[in-house]
Each structure stands twice: as structure tokens, then as C-alpha cells.
Design a protein around this ligand. Structure first.
Ligand SMILES: C[S@@+](CC[C@H](N)C(=O)[O-])C[C@H]1O[C@@H](n2cnc3c(N)ncnc32)[C@H](O)[C@@H]1O
Length: 274
């Protein structure tokens, strides 16, 4: 037995890791490197405890039960949801520029919305651009992870999540909690009304809509996918983005292998290839 196994609550073998790696790849496209083994152990140990199980074998058997709810919990446990308000701030300036003279209503899809900071930032940028709490914009916000979507819909955050925002934005778009809610903020309902949240797996062959969007935000999720999966997702975007629409990617994401599908226009901003 390896030294790290001795101090562990549950026995966790390389085979267990490889089965889990395969399952999450098939279910979510997430490509786990071997270096993520400890992270997988620690996140899934919580699921073993929650289900009162004693071994990873029992847990893997539970995942095979087609009637059980554990598959979604499994996916929720293995997604990485790091995000922040106005992350990669230059994208929001480019968005505002793009909105100039744009035919309305403008449709924007944020397809890895996590806990909501990104779609709310889009909503704030649109409200600022149109100087209105009812801008002619529809924002669709999806994610695979049901837990983060529930948090996003609530729109409640701890104050440290928003402390970098300007006083003007804080005042315009958030309520500050008092009493029991001290230390929390809630986004104003007008902002929430601009966004439609729903669950969607980017890996699904067909998505449940025929919309064509002016803008797709797909940031910091492709980084978890391998190149063939990235290409499949980009191919699936094509019918859902207007010819002159914009695709925003994350700061460390680039798609040179898919230059026949999308052309880089500015730093991490793409349009459909002609
Ligand atoms: C690191 S967060 C990025 C959040 C946000 N886009 C940003 O840039 O701040 C990645 C998000 O992608 C979601 N995700 C992972 N695999 C997915 C898939 N197959 N389909 C849809 N969303 C997925 C995760 O649940 C997570 O919330």
C-alpha cells in the first residue's frame, strides 16, 4: 500500500481514478490529468460520506444505477467553477463597442455561466450601454452544473465577491444585506429579469433551441476539453451564432486547429470564418 493510502479515509486506487476519468470525460468532456488524482479523491470522498458508503467500488456501483440521482452530483463535484465579476474586463468594453448600432433585440448566450458572475456582468454592461434597466437584450445563461446554476439564479454573493466593483456599480446593481444578511449582497431583480438560466451540456449533440445569437460567451470552459471535443463544440456553435456575431473565449484559450470554423479578430475574440 502506498504511503498516501495509509492516511486516507477511503482506499482509492489508480484503477478507480481511471474509471472516474473515463466517466467524467464521457459525461462532461472534462479531460482529467493524472495530477488531478488528489482533487478527485477529495471531492468524491464527500459524496461517499453523503451516501454513507465505505468504498470507491460501492460509489462506482451507485453511479451505474440509472435510476439514481448520483450522476448529476458526480458531475457537479468534478466541475471547476472559478469565476468573478467582470473577469477579463476588456471583453466587456468590446461588448459595449459591439452594441453600438447593433440591431435589437441583441441575443447573448453565456454557455458556462457558473455561479452567475459572468452573466450578471454582461447584464450590467448592457444596462450601462443602453442606460436602462430594461435594455433591448436577451441574455441566456447555461451551465452543466445544477448546483452553480441554483446559486446563479439566487444572485446572492458574499461582499468580498463584489468589493472590486466601483461604488457606482455597487449602488446601481446590488442591495447590501443588513442584520442577518450583513456581509452579503443581492443583485437587483431588474438585472435578474434580463437573464434566463437553464441547464445545458455543451457536449450534447443537439441543443434544445434554434436561436441564433449575436454574441456567445464561452470562457474558461474549453480549457477542460481536449482538442477534438473543443472542435465539436465550436462546430455546434456555428448554426447558433450570426455571421457577424462575436465569440468570446477565455484568456488562455485559443483555437488555431479550428481556424476553418472561427477567425481570431482580437485577443480571444472570434467571428465565424467565411
Ligand atoms: C471555470 S468555470 C468558468 C466560468 C465563467 N465562464 C468564467 O469564465 O468566469 C467553468 C464552467 O464550465 C462548466 N462546464 C464544465 N463542463 C461543461 C459542459 N460539458 N457543458 C457546460 N458547462 C460545462 C462548469 O460547470 C463551470 O461552471
Amino acid at each position: 500500500m502506498q504511503a498516501d493510502q495509509l492516511s486516507r479515509e477511503f482506499h482509492f486506487t489508480e484503477d478507480d481514478f481511471l474509471i472516474i476519468k473515463d466517466l467524467i470525460y464521457k459525461r462532461a468532456g472534462i479531460n482529467l490529468a493524472i495530477s488531478k488524482r488528489d482533487m478527485v479523491y477529495s471531492r468524491l470522498s464527500r459524496r461517499l460520506r453523503a451516501n454513507k458508503l465505505r468504498t470507491f467500488q460501492q460509489y462506482l456501483a451507485l453511479l451505474n444505477d440509472p435510476k439514481g440521482d448520483e450522476q448529476q452530483e458526480f458531475v457537479n463535484s468534478l466541475t471547476t467553477n472559478l469565476t468573478s465579476f467582470f473577469r477579463e474586463a476588456h471583453h466587456f468594453d468590446i461588448l459595449k463597442e459591439f452594441l453600438q448600432d447593433r440591431k435589437t433585440p441583441v441575443k447573448i448566450w453565456c454557455c458556462a455561466a457558473s455561479t452567475g458572475e459572468e452573466p450578471y456582468s454582461i447584464a450590467m454592461a448592457c444596462a450601462e450601454h443602453y442606460q436602462s434597466f430594461r435594455p433591448p437584450v436577451e441574455i441566456w445563461a447555461s451551465d452543466l452544473d445544477t448546483k452553480v446554476l441554483a446559486k446563479a439564479e439566487k444572485g446572492i454573493y458574499s461582499f468580498d465577491r463584489v468589493e472590486r466593483l466601483s461604488d457606482q456599480r455597487l449602488k446601481a446593481f446590488f442591495f447590501r444585506g443588513k442584520g442577518d444578511n450583513l456581509g452579503l449582497v443581492k443583485v437587483k431583480s431588474e438585472l435578474q429579469d434580463m437573464i434566463r438560466f437553464f441547464q445545458l451540456n455543451l457536449l450534447d449533440k443537439r441543443w434544445p433551441f434554434n436561436e441564433q445569437f449575436d454574441v456567445i460567451f464561452c470562457r474558461n470552459v474549453m480549457i477542460y476539453f481536449d482538442k477534438p471535443t473543443q472542435r465539436n463544440v465550436l462546430t455546434n456553435f456555428l448554426p447558433h451564432i450570426k455571421d457577424d456575431g462575436l465569440l468570446f473565449a477565455g484568456h488562455s484559450e485559443s483555437f488555431p486547429q479550428a481556424s476553418d470554423l472561427f477567425t481570431l479578430r482580437r485577443h480571444t475574440v472570434y467571428t465565424k470564418a467565411r
